[in-house]
Design a binder for this molecule. Sequence first.
Ligand code: GDD
Ligand code: MN
Length: 381
Amino acid sequence: MDMTPESQPSMAMAAATSLGSLELAIILPTLNERDNLAPLIDRIEGALGESGWEVLVVDDNSADGTSDEARRLSLSDPRVRVIQRIGRRGLSSAAIEGFCATAAPYVAVMDADHQHDPKLLVDMLASVKSGEAEVAVASRFADGASMAEWGRPDREKLSSVANMLARKLTGVELSDPMSGFFLLPSATARMLVPNLSGIGFKILLDLLATSETPLKVKDFPMNFSARRSGESKLDRAIALDFLAGLYDKSFGRIIPTRFALFGTVGALGVLVHMAILYAFMQLASMNFSWSQAVATFGSMTFNFWLNNFLTYRDRRLKDADKVFWGWVSFIAACSIGAFANVAVATTLNDRGLHTVFAALVGIGIGSVWNYALSSRFVWGR
Ligand code: GDD
Ligand code: MN
């Protein structure tokens, strides 16, 4: 080796690399994972050695005190960092937060519940560092992979259909586009962030579908273990989230996903309205005004419930008093929307627009108002 004084700085740099300058950030999105953290960090150290990595716990204000536990760990171990988010939710957006909060050149995302084995990180990092792959994906479906517990055949079936659709969407051949365990250069991730939809938890799929040139992916067969403690948060939302993500990637730029859902719910609300109207007039022989009033309240209540369940599932109001006040403010928001609707439709109709078109424009304007007001005042924070 050249030992002239000129080469000193580069030797110092080489030393810094092997002695562990920061290379890899491991993002752990967490929602009630307190007891899983310390043992997971031990396992990460077991796999990666003492240095060269950091863990970013991105916690959405878990009720079990995961953030405090992460802070406690961080005090004695500066490799552990904490991002506690209040009033925000979601696995994808937590990962994005992590991409943007690290100086490490490589980032990995993995579950904090021990279903993903940190040992795989070594090969994943090597492959991306060498340029063999642009994204390393730990796969539950690659040859040699296994699954400790699956237990839900419906989810398995859903998964294979979803994988097929995802492949079509991203143009990338990969066995597990839904994987929550992957690694890539952090600059690549950050470059894609502005165009990610950030909805739901399909962050990998989102990254791959967003990249203009298909990213070179390498699969790493993984043994998907059982969750160590606590319970899964994704089971029930999985299909819904996936469909929303698919829609978002295909048409989201024309009509935003949330507005499309809101509109669909609104259209269903019209059916509910008609059904109630019919029931009260025909079956209960109530007069039109009263029936119309009941139908209006009924359909608004239905719309509130379905929007809370579907359109705003990531901000769902759950406690009884929040649901009650949410319902009240939704009805208030709808009344303002209805006012805009009638005002616009009447004006247009007066100016000679055909009744049907005037009514449709009114409905359109009213819906935009309802949407804007309720996303701000009912489900906003
Ligand atoms: N910050 C944050 N916010 N973290 C979350 C949220 C959230 O809203 N929801 C879940 N997490 C965290 C969990 O605490 C866990 O560390 C990780 O994200 C995965 O959540 P699980 O609830 O354990 O998900 P799963 O085991 O059902 O789903 C796994 O398999 C899916 C494929 O079927 C995950 O790996 C998914 O990413 C994967 O798509
Ligand atoms: Mn899990």
